[in-house]
Design a protein around this ligand. Structure first.
Ligand code: BG6
Ligand code: MG
Length: 249
């Protein structure tokens, strides 16, 4: 059977071709990333923007628990969740205006966005993955993804960026992560995904991709492996859980 602790023999691998497995053994070849709350410290700004929108348009406050429910899902899906909570029905045109206004508020919060907003350890972690020959893709629901990658200086670390506007069913459906594996020309089994949202973990699971959650048990307890914060992510632990799941399946 396949050994699960392979950190020592991996440390000498430094190119994609060297990561070809021997015989039928599989190697981890792709890392798929969510953006907000995984790479960039922008997750809470989305909910801050929704709160401002609800206050300004309806004079209403939003409870903390809505943050977890809107994390990871598209702008329009988030707006539906919020309007449901508020028990407010709006016309299609008004819905569109509200979504647009939320994005304006959110973009204003990003005015000073810089490499300082890369979450702790993530630049080094991706650099290390790439040195090991692992391909990287962005699978974020955010249409602001390319802008945020540019402003934080992270664009150059990605082999592929999925355009969420071309994905019919958003997270928790598997589509966006399947599109990311396809963009890297890898199978879901060869990849691992990093997420801070319940919807994102569900999306990875539905796609058959090993999932790493970042956050509390309440937020990402369903993940195959969980780290409390990005600073705790450790390649050997990720590789070990990936090998264990993939080679025992
Ligand atoms: C996700 C966030 O990354 O992007 C969600 O977790 C957000 O909260 C979604 O709704 C869509 O973002 P945007 O930038 O397209 O409104
Ligand atoms: Mg996220």
């Amino acid at each position: 059977s396949f050994p699960t602790r392979r950190s020592s023999d991996l440390s000498c691998l430094n190119s994609y071709s060297q990561r070809e497995g021997k015989g039928a053994e599989m190697m981890m070849k792709g890392a798929l990333f969510d953006l907000d709350g995984v790479l960039a410290d922008t997750a809470s700004l989305h909910f801050k923007a929704w709160r401002k929108l609800a206050k300004e348009n309806f004079g209403r406050s939003l409870p903390d628990e809505l943050e977890n429910k809107t994390r990871g899902i598209s702008r329009s899906d988030s707006l539906s969740v919020i309007l449901d909570y508020l028990e407010i029905t709006v016309s299609k045109a008004k819905f569109h205006r509200l979504a647009e206004e939320k994005n304006q508020i959110y973009r204003n919060f990003l005015t000073d966005l810089s490499p300082d907003e890369v979450l702790p350890g993530m630049r080094d972690f991706i650099t290390d993955l790439r040195k090991k020959g692992i391909l990287t893709a962005l699978a974020s629901a955010s249409q602001n993804g390319p802008f945020i990658l540019e402003r934080t200086g992270l664009s150059k670390y990605f082999n592929a960026i999925v355009d969420p506007s071309k994905i019919e069913a958003g997270k928790p459906a598997p589509d966006i992560y399947l599109a990311a594996t396809a963009a890297l020309e890898l199978s879901p089994k060869e990849c691992v995904g990093f997420e801070d949202a319940v919807s994102g973990i569900q999306s990875l699971k539905a796609a058959g991709i090993v999932s790493v959650g970042i956050g509390s048990d309440h937020e990402v307890g369903q993940a195959d492996l969980r780290f409390s914060s990005t600073g705790d992510i450790n390649f050997d632990d990720v590789e070990e859980i990936w090998a264990e799941i993939t080679n025992n399946a």
